[in-house]
Design a binder for this molecule. Structure first.
Ligand code: ADP
Ligand code: ZN
Length: 720
């Protein structure tokens, strides 16, 4: 056997694979998961390359690990992600490699059923167990205990006596096979054409990227389901990416109605054995359809034929810690590598995707009308300069009147304000002290329900004090501005008999409870929903006919180059919650700037005008997608250290045609979690090889020392 060397990539922040000798008798292939020594430890890595050569100088590979190997296309994808984002290759691998937990061997599920004679000693608890088990069915031990209202010890006792017997059960399957012909949805003509176009793309070589642009309520989901069905028919896998919370019971039900079974879901809430089984099922091809959050893009599909990115404009697709990547953009790359079609779906596509359509790189499929002849909501602005609202109140008289009308008809109202908590700023009336986070340059937000002041950047929480911490005056604190909790208080005063719910990411009970609440709202179990962007997107509330936007201008003033686009998308989405059922809907938008192009385009329904104007502005400014950006954030525990390091970096940035390095400047959020932050921004022409420039520059930069860290963000979405 020729001696061989294995270059093994380890899922740590390392940029290169380390070489190991392949011991005689160990059969290895590229992509295999192996155990290797690293320093004094044993770690797990993946064979990135195998090459001939004497392994004498290297430590040997310890063993092959029994885990799914990573295919060459998966490895190519991870290499690409690392190259593009400038993340260490090992960090990219860390997102793709999930290992079975050796300490948690497959738990054998044990069922019990009635088997033998009644026990010698009968107690009331035993009696209850026997009554439940009398039907002779096999139940999980804990289910039987639960149904009988006894502890599992009682069950064990009955097993010992031979009254019950144990039966080994097969492990729960990761996911059942979706049936592409389970239920054919009756599509409208328009939907059928769109679906046929998408299915047609899947037969092309190479399959293209398509932007599926359809107004809210046009039935994009039903349409892309046809493409999913096509992938399943071809025996290939389909991935549906969604912003995490959009994975509602509603979506799963719709999928089940179409395909007969649920898709495998993948998000942060899926853990333990279930996670391992889905991972293995995806690697083996047993799992055919996955619906998941952005991390699902890094699963080891055996034959991926389709990726759908639902709500492709969503900022939730950008990961802003660890490897800074945009799941939509990486989905396009993965699609190319896997020879899979990609569908980007949105009612309000990103300027980037629209521009790619214009450049002829993406196909365009449109659904300009709502399904079933439903009308788009009527949108009217309420000018806050002319319609006065009493101080400390936020609902205008016109909005209140409309609420009375809507609620009087038994329909639902959504009040939208993109601010969590009770009030964004708390200050002392006596000494004017403002309550600020000790770790961040940010005000503390009052959460009245929790009686706390909370930092939305680092999670710092303190109890709302009785007396001002600065001057000691009792009961002197005053809340400035509204958050959703405060709006709920006002709504409760005005509409005491209506059922209300406040929904934001602070909602207690986590994602699962939130999903339950969303389903309850859809079922009409609530009259007034007060919510942040969490409720604004993707959901279908058939009884909701009035949407009130409390402060349409909130997002317009930030320094973010995408501020206008984001505001337009968000307002379009939230107003799009109105009138999705049988009854027509309307939206009332409270604004200080009714003439602002974003608000005007929204009110007149002229989305095309907005896109044309915004695209022109971006082009003039050379901003993405007409130019490229990367931001580098230098942070340190010590302000001066961060600033000096950032300056030293700027000094060695080489001038180059088509490239501008801006900064360093103190970041708008100058302090987060006790770290001071300085920003450098690299802005280049579109043709420039941004990654090559960044690599060469970083190689010349001084190495960060002490607490100094550099975070690199290619195509930044956040400018804070
Ligand atoms: P979008 O995602 O485009 O906003 P949805 O896919 O959520 O729209 O569809 C809006 C509503 O219309 C949903 O309740 C959906 O079930 C319904 N719908 C869409 N198309 C059809 C169809 N062909 N048959 C029955 N119901 C449909
Ligand atoms: Zn903080």
């Amino acid at each position: 056997m020729t001696p061989r060397i294995a270059d093994v990539l380890i899922p740590l922040a390392l940029d290169t694979a380390y070489s190991y000798a392949v011991p005689d008798g160990l059969l290895l292939a590229e992509g295999d998961v192996v155990q290797v020594p690293l320093g004094t430890r044993e770690v797990v890595g993946v064979v990135w390359a195998l090459r001939p050569g004497p392994g004498g100088n290297f430590k040997p590979v310890t063993a092959r690990v029994d885990a799914p190997a990573l295919s060459s296309s998966m490895r190519k994808f991870l290499d690409w992600v690392a190259w593009y984002t400038l993340a260490p290759k090992g960090s990219a691998l860390g997102m793709g490699l999930k290992l079975p937990d050796p300490d948690r061997a497959e738990m054998v599920r044990v069922g019990v059923r009635l088997a033998g004679p009644a026990p010698a000693r009968i107690t009331p608890t035993r009696q209850r167990v026997l009554a439940v088990a009398a039907d002779g069915l096999v139940r999980l031990k804990r289910d039987l205990a639960h149904e009988a209202g006894v502890s599992t010890g009682v069950i064990d006792g009955l097993v010992d006596e031979g009254t019950l017997e144990t039966v080994a059960l097969k492990p729960e399957p990761a996911a059942e096979r979706p049936d592409p012909d389970y239920h054919q949805t009756g599509l409208s003509d328009e939907q059928r054409d769109a679906a046929a176009a998408l299915v047609g793309f899947m037969g092309e070589q190479p399959p293209p990227v398509a932007l599926l642009e359809g107004v809210t309520g046009s039935g994009k989901t039903e349409v892309y389901f046809e493409a999913v069905a096509e992938a399943v028919r071809q025996g290939r896998q389909a991935l549906i990416l969604m912003p995490e919370i959009a994975l509602t019971a509603q979506f799963l039900d719709r999928f089940t109605a179409r395909f007969g079974v649920r898709p495998a879901s993948w998000h942060s809430g899926v853990t333990g054995r279930k996670r391992e089984r889905i991972y293995a099922g995806i690697a083996s091809g047993d799992v055919q359809v996955v619906a998941g959050a952005r991390s699902a893009l890094f699963l080891p599909y055996s034959d991926l034929g389709l990726i759908v990115v639902d709500e492709e404009h969503e900022t939730a697709y950008k990961q802003e810690d660890g490897v800074h990547y945009h799941a939509r953009d990486m989905a396009v790359v993965r699609g190319r590598i896997e020879n899979a079609a990609v569908i980007l779906a949105s009612a309000t596509p990103s300027i980037e995707s629209r521009t790619n359509v214009e450049r002829g790189r993406y196909r365009h499929v449109r659904l300009p009308e709502r399904y079933g002849g439903r009308q788009m909501p009527q949108i009217r602005t309420i000018d806050l300069k002319t319609e006065t609202i009493p101080p400390g109140r936020w609902l205008s008289p016109s909005l209140i009147t409309a609420m009375h009308e809507t609620l009087g008809r038994g329909e639902q109202v959504l009040l939208f304000l993109n601010r969590r908590g009770y009030a964004p700023l708390t200050l002392c009336r006596a000494c004017a002290h403002r309550y600020e986070c000790p770790n961040c340059s940010a005000w503390l937000v009052e959460h009245r329900f929790r009686r706390s002041l909370v930092c939305h950047h680092c999670g710092h929480v303190e109890r709302t004090p009785q007396a001002c911490i600065a001057c000691g005056t009792v009961d002197s604190l005053t809340s400035c501005g509204p958050g959703v909790e405060r709006i709920a208080e006002e709504a409760a005063e005005l509409f005491p008999n209506q059922r209300r719910i406040v929904l934001s990411s602070d909602f207690p009970g986590g994602t699962e409870r939130l999903r339950t609440e969303l389903a309850a709202i859809a079922a009409g179990e609530c009259d007034i929903v007060i919510g942040t962007q969490l409720v604004a997107k993707g959901h279908n509330f058939p009884l909701m006919t009035l949407v009130g936007v409390l402060d349409a201008d909130i997002g317009l003033t930030s320094g973010d180059p995408r501020a206008a686009e984001r505001t337009f998308q968000l307002l379009q989405q939230v107003t799009g919650r109105a009138g999705r059922g049988e009854k027509p809907g309307r939206a009332l938008v409270q604004t200080w700037q009714p003439a602002h192009p974003v608000i005007a385009a929204l009110a007149s329904g002229e989305a095309e005008r907005f896109y044309a104007e915004e695209t022109r502005v971006r082009q003039l400014a050379g901003l993405p997608p007409f130019g490229r950006l990367a931001s580098l954030i230098v942070s340190a525990v010590d302000r001066e250290a961060a600033e000096l390091h950032a300056r030293a970096m700027a000094k060695v940035a080489e001038p180059s045609a088509g490239i501008t390095v801006l900064g360093p400047a103190e970041a708008p959020l100058a302090l987060i979690r006790g770290r001071y932050r300085y920003r450098l921004l690299v802005k280049t022409d579109r043709e420039v090889d941004l990654q090559a420039y960044l690599r060469a520059w970083l190689a010349r930069c001084p190495k960060p020392r002490g607490s100094v860290r550099i975070a690199i963000d290619v195509d930044p979405q956040s400018f804070l």
